[in-house]
Design a protein around this ligand. Sequence first.
Ligand code: ATP
Ligand code: MG
Length: 216
Amino acid sequence: MFAVVGGIKGGAGKTIVATNLAVIRAAAGRDVLLVDGDDQESATLWSATRNEVLGGANRLTSIHLTGRGTRDELQRLAAKYDDIIIDVGGRDTTTQRAALTVADILLLPFPPRGPDIWTIEKVTHLVKEVRSVNTGLRALAFLNRADRVGADNAVASALLNEAEGIELLDVRVGDRKAFPNAFSNGLGVGELKRPNPKAVAEMEGLYQALFETVLV
Ligand SMILES: Nc1ncnc2c1ncn2[C@@H]1O[C@H](COP(=O)(O)OP(=O)(O)OP(=O)(O)O)[C@@H](O)[C@H]1O
Ligand SMILES: [Mg+2]
């Protein structure tokens, strides 16, 4: 399976989600490649921190890959790994488009707030354009940094439900400190010494929705 964690808005949670899903997928015994497709290199730094913190245990293979050559390189790598998860930058980049031409899934984290939700239309255009080359691409959105209370989650979900060409996953990842805490330590949220059960359950829920429901 080849998933792009993407979108066109910075800070939506792509890197947090890509790294956590890669950790869970690898723990399930799959040969996973995490690709950092962002020149900010946050996923690469996370990975370097991980290797220091874990001293080689639970190693996850990660590479940095951006630009025009991305498509050919990804196609070559897809034959070598069970799964590829690529984290792209928070804009409509050449790298994201190149990856989407060969991906199975575009996973779209959406915080339920104005600036993020306002990009839905542009994302639907991007998906439509990419589908002219990659007809089978599935675009799956979910709420990240969801609120504990209030109406914003429901408003954002309704807008995503209406968005053409995008499916809304029935999972929510809350706004929880455990995610940045784990990230800063090169870990997935379930690998913290004292894991936050809600954060772990939410990320597992997203994992299951993606790998055990969508991909069956
Ligand atoms: N569910 C969450 N709960 C709490 N904080 C979160 C959550 N998801 C992301 N964050 C925080 O929001 C910020 C942005 O997250 P992240 O870096 O994953 O976004 P991104 O989409 O990769 O950003 P960029 O577009 O810059 O690459 C980070 O500080 C991260 O720790
Ligand atoms: Mg990022």
